[in-house]
Write a protein that binds this ligand. Sequence first.
Ligand code: CTP
Length: 392
Amino acid sequence: MLERLPELGRVLDALGDPRGLHVVGGTVRDLLLGNPGTDLDLVREGPVEDLAGELADRLGGRAVLHGRFGTAVVTYDNDKHLDLIQARRETYPEPAALPVVEPGTIHDDLARRDFTVNALAIPLPDGEVLDPLDGRADLGQQTIRILHEGSFLDDPTRIFRAIRYESRLGFRMDPDTERLAREAIEAGLVRRLSGPRVREELVALLGEPEAATSILRMAELRLDQAVDPPLRAGLNAVQRLKRLGELAAEYEVDAPPWRLALETLVEPGQRVEALALTKRDQQLVEGAPGDARKLVEGELGGAELADLAGRHAPDAPLLALAIQDDPALRDWFERLRHVRLDVTGDDLAGLGLPEGPRVGEILGELRRRKLNGELDGREAELDAARGLIADA
Ligand code: CTP
């Protein structure tokens, strides 16, 4: 079966003797499902640092070690990578905290995982599937099942992951898993996660093609309200998300799908600093919902509309269009957003205007008039500039 992993042959050659290594986790799950394999995750009992270095050398790549947890990432051919992990046992000192890690066996390593369908391994070079937790049965029944009652308490990010796999694979949590997810949410466990961990999960969840299904599931389980900041998932968000996807393609808008999806879940005026986004992402996620509402409600002239649309562009005007189709907003995407003055500060100097704040003011006024359709072409702009300079 492993021959279906396109990269494995080369990695096996580079390894020389691959015994003691196992292909694990999502790679095995996807192989058994017949889905195209994604990343290659390899586990061995024992340290991985030296092996990672050798493997990187032979693949002409490089190894980055994360010593504390006995993991290494080997990157090669620019865009390919594989994870090498030392088999480990994990214990959680308290709910939602990071685990304490110690070396373990391959069986410990499978037992520390999130769901049965991910607790699978295949020994290299190519052996029988190790399946101590009946993951294959759950694959057959399209079921997402945690490995023990305390799994979501240990690691509430698994609730996001469960939803992500449900949506991506068309699976469903078994009744006990779903009940325990609801209980963990109800008990406020999600709020104990650090902002960056929640952000990572939201970015992963909302960045997948089936994000709409996940949003409905978040609402059903009330996971949306359990996050800091509270989100509002539901049919409204899903409708907007669908429109956003279409509009983003139509106008070739350069915005990551997860961010647009998040903006359908954030209420106008909601601060999202808890998520520790980059500054620009935070500004857009906080600004776009409110500005979109103003864009939808306002009867705005060209210049006003361009100012408001531009503040949190392209997200705010796209979100506004997704809420309500509007010719003025379409005009912004098709025309106004590309409008540039044909004159510059140098032209104003050539007309005798000395350097100073007036230059910016006059350029601003020219731009306003141009956006309102009052100026057509360089000559008209120069004429208007002469008038404004004379009025000064
Ligand atoms: N894992 C886990 N608990 C987590 C995160 C990860 O048990 N909170 C385990 C799972 O067994 C998973 C593996 O670590 O299979 C690798 O994690 P990741 O790369 O996130 O998962 P994949 O299954 O490879 O998922 P994807 O297909 O989304 O890459």
